[in-house]
Design a binder for this molecule. Structure first.
Ligand code: 16G
Length: 167
């Protein structure tokens, strides 16, 4: 199965070594001051989130152990967050009390394109999902990036539709 193929990098990078002056790590509370919300603004509407609101939401997530794996990449020269992707583990009763993993809010700063960072984030979180016991992983994306996600073994499933209702 293609999804089990090793993802390769050129030049070689890894979570421990994502590139010169770059650091890959879990989101922390102080990333509010490192432009985390501004970065998310490159993905969708973020609204005017205050530090207090961010703090409260961070605590809510922190209080759900083994659930929110929000991974960021920091440029250590500027101290800014320049990439992020989230793995959310959703606990289930089905499949012997298994869990599904969702990949959400994947974003790499426009100025940092072409450094394989999206690939590194996806590869890492996809493997992490398996490691933490997810029986499947899923995500939603635009037509133009379907090919990118296929690299990591994601497929449009026959007869399955993504449905959405907005408020
Ligand atoms: C994309 C994202 C999703 C994000 C949504 C925001 C990935 C793989 N998908 O679908 O996670 O939440 O955009 O758009 O990153 P929205 O604000 O219109 O829902």
């Amino acid at each position: 199965f293609e999804g089990d193929k090793q993802v390769t990098y050129d030049p070689e990078i890894s979570p421990q070594n994502p590139g010169e002056n770059l650091l890959m790590r879990p989101l922390c509370r102080s990333d509010f001051d490192r432009g985390y919300m501004v970065l998310l603004g490159q993905l969708t509407k973020v609204g005017e989130v205050t530090r207090e609101e961010f703090d409260e939401r961070f605590s809510t997530m922190e209080n759900c152990p083994d659930t929110y794996y929000i991974t960021v990449i920091e440029d250590t020269t500027t101290g800014q967050i320049i990439g992020s992707a989230s793995l959310i583990k959703e606990f289930k009763f089905i499949r012997q009390c298994s869990a599904r993993g969702r990949i959400e809010d994947v974003v790499v700063d426009n100025a940092y394109r072409g450094k394989q960072l999206g690939k590194l984030l996806l590869d890492t979180l996809t493997k992490l999902g398996k490691r933490v016991g997810c029986y499947k992983m899923s995500l939603e994306c635009l037509d133009k990036v379907v090919g990118f996600y296929e690299t990591f073994g994601y497929r449009k499933e026959e007869g399955q539709n993504y449905m959405c209702r907005r408020y």
